[in-house]
Ligand binder design. Structure first.
Ligand code: CO
Length: 152
């Protein structure tokens, strides 16, 4: 395992690019998953997407306090409700702002064994899933922030 460098929004345009679908889960991908989790925990984050470590692949890791979640090629397939909570991003240090997100989402993805999985998240997990999956399309929370709520 190794720490990866977290790319910063102000310094790296990789965060604005669209990530590619993972078509083969090989040792390099498994290493990346391990490294992303280690990097996320080290930075005290609740989520990290591969573009944040400079890799344009559709991979995210999340831990909202219930243990690590690893998602390959995740897609939001259903959502319900609304919530407005303050978000930040490891790639945009020192800033935070309120974003409107669904209260509940259902996500389909692959796990590290290449098995299809389905995951439901409410509250903070729903936010983390939306925030991290947005990263895979080059979308940042500051694009969606409720005007006047950005602080830092
Ligand atoms: Co982020």
């Amino acid at each position: 395992m190794a720490l990866r460098e977290i790319k910063l929004y102000q310094q790296d345009e990789v965060l604005r690019k669209k990530s590619k679908v993972v078509d083969e889960i090989n040792d390099k991908i498994l290493q990346l998953l391990d490294d992303m989790l280690e990097t996320m925990y080290h930075a005290n984050g609740v989520g990290l997407a591969a573009p944040q470590v400079g890799i344009l692949k559709r991979i995210v890791v999340i831990d909202v306090g219930d243990g690590p979640i690893e998602l390959i090629n995740p897609e939001i397939v259903d959502s319900k409700g609304e919530q407005e909570e303050v978000e930040g991003c490891l790639s945009i240090p020192g800033l935070s702002g309120k974003v409107k997100r669904p209260q509940w989402v259902k996500v389909r993805a692959l796990n590290r064994k290449g098995e299809k999985i389905e995951l439901e998240g409410t509250d903070l997990l729903a936010i983390a899933l939306c925030h991290e999956i947005d990263h895979l399309d080059g979308v940042l929370y500051i694009d969606k922030v409720i005007p006047g709520t950005l602080e830092g």
